[in-house]
Design a protein around this ligand. Structure first.
Ligand SMILES: Cc1cc2nc3c(=O)[nH]c(=O)nc-3n(C[C@H](O)[C@H](O)[C@H](O)COP(=O)(O)OP(=O)(O)OC[C@H]3O[C@@H](n4cnc5c(N)ncnc54)[C@H](O)[C@@H]3O)c2cc1C
Length: 426
């Protein structure tokens, strides 16, 4: 089908933020064209939330966002926060369902619901989405953005870069958007994996593979605690996974990139003070441990594999009668149960990551509009910026919020610099 190669606004990237920006700009009356290099639009949305799409969260606030300046999200969230997001999706037909103390999913339980409703709205508004487009370069010439692609030249009055980061390359975000930044004079960002599994060095991890246990993960860089999180820790043959590991992983990624020593400290008794942990352990061995081996004395406290590993690391023979274990031995065990150190030697990388830390320096963007401070008419949306959210729907919330602000601001810009070509379709 022949497609108009000129539009008021050209958006690069048909992901969560790009599609939202397209809808919001078209609702303001702008003619919108989206250029996507994959064969289909919105591919990553399908894999979010294990196919169920945790698209936002009841709990909001700057504390759930990270980056050089997390407060950058505030003016964006004020314009389009949780309430506006729920209303936006309800308007598209997505009934929200709140679960797990605040995580929002579509009631259908299908991530495809968000992708399909966004695409339906794009169709209704006359947004053109051109897939399979290979962009070679973008430049601004005489007030127009020129997109040199393998399929020819495209021209727009405004440009929104919504190419995402580098996480989960197979869904389309391969980091190629970074090249356009430097063409426009923006600093080249360092991108590292976030919300990703941590790779550990210790041999005991192999024995612990498969263990899932509630606990706390503290992340230390050069011996200093930089972050911690509580939740279900999942131990694997290569290292530490589960939500608490994901939440601290961006700090590990940056520190490793800088060549610093990184340690994950695992606390399997996070609700107990040190002294309480010792008392509890001593009682287990000296009172409840009568007639039991050291290994048997731990049954019922932690998963069996973890019990064996902890005893081995403390140098306590499994078969030793529990009551004959010394206070020193039991003390060592209590300490280790609250402080099992794993040297972190890497992460599982971008392919396994759910998000990217790093991106366009937010000092180079106007927070009220998402417009570049360096190039008029150039806007940003989503993960391409130096904002990454915690697990819990915050990365998508950032995509919807920044996409909305970028789309509306780009439409206003087009209106200012020259007449838009579309019709307001509310
Ligand atoms: C497995 C997985 C599960 C996740 N689950 C959740 C969740 O439940 N909740 C949550 O909040 N977040 C989740 N996320 C994170 C969330 O999906 C992203 O933060 C969000 O999709 C980012 O939106 P975006 O539009 O900025 O980028 P993307 O969704 O990555 O979209 C970028 C688009 O740009 C296109 N593109 C890239 N480069 C170019 C180029 N050079 N030319 C043309 N097109 C280009 C890509 O193909 C893609 O379509 C998950 C991520 C993954 C990988």
């Amino acid at each position: 089908m022949p497609m108009d190669k000129k539009a008021d606004i050209i958006i690069v990237g048909a992901g969560a933020s790009g599609l939202t920006a397209a809808i919001q700009a078209a609702r303001e009356g702008a003619g919108v064209l989206v250029l996507e290099h994959m064969e289909t639009a919105g591919k990553k949305i399908l894999s979010t939330g294990n196919g169920k799409c945790n698209f936002t969260n009841k709990k909001q606030g700057v504390a759930y966002y990270r980056g050089r300046n997390p407060a950058f999200v505030l003016p964006v969230m004020e314009q389009f926060g949780l309430e506006e997001t729920l209303r936006f999706f309800e308007g598209l037909g997505v009934a929200p369902k709140c679960m797990r103390g605040g995580y929002y999913y579509p009631a259908s339980g299908q991530a495809s619901a968000l992708r399909e409703t966004l695409l339906m709205e794009c169709r209704r508004l006359g947004v053109c989405i051109a897939c399979g487009i290979g962009i070679r370069s973008i430049e601004k010439e005489r007030g127009r953005f020129l997109f040199h692609t393998k399929q020819g030249l495209y021209e727009g009055k405004a440009c929104i870069l919504a190419t995402g980061g580098k996480a989960a390359k197979k869904t389309g975000s391969d980091g190629s958007g970074v090249a356009y930044l430097t063409e426009f004079g923006h600093r080249k960002p360092v991108l590292v994996p976030a919300l990703v599994q941590l790779q550990g060095k210790q041999g005991f991890l192999k024995e612990l593979a498969g263990v899932r246990i509630e606990g706390r993960v503290s992340l230390l860089v050069e011996g200093e605690k930089v972050s911690e999180d509580r939740g279900e820790i999942q131990l694997t043959a290569f290292g530490v996974s589960g939500i608490p590991a994901f939440q601290v992983s961006r700090y590990a990624s940056y520190a490793l990139w800088e060549g610093k020593a990184v340690t994950a400290r695992l606390d399997f008794l996070p609700e107990l003070e040190k002294g309480q942990a010792w008392d509890m352990m001593w009682k287990r061995f000296s009172v409840y441990g009568k007639g039991k081996t050291a290994e048997e004395a731990l049954v019922g406290l932690f998963p069996d594999k973890l019990n064996r590993s902890l005893l081995r690391e403390c140098g306590i023979p499994m078969e030793k009668p529990a009551v004959r274990c010394s206070k020193k031995e039991v003390g060592r065990l209590a300490v280790l149960a609250q402080c099992l150190s794993v040297d972190i030697i890497g992460t599982k990388g971008f392919d396994a990551a759910q998000a990217t830390a790093g991106g366009v320096d937010t000092r180079e963007i106007f927070p009220e509009t998402m417009e570049s401070r360096l190039v008029q008419g150039l806007f940003f949306a989503g993960e391409i910026m130096d904002i990454d959210g915690m697990c819990g729907g915050y990365n998508l919330q950032w995509a919807w919020s920044s996409g909305t602000v970028a789309g509306k601001s780009a439409a206003a810009y087009v209106e200012r610099v020259g007449n838009g070509t579309g019709n307001k379709k509310g």
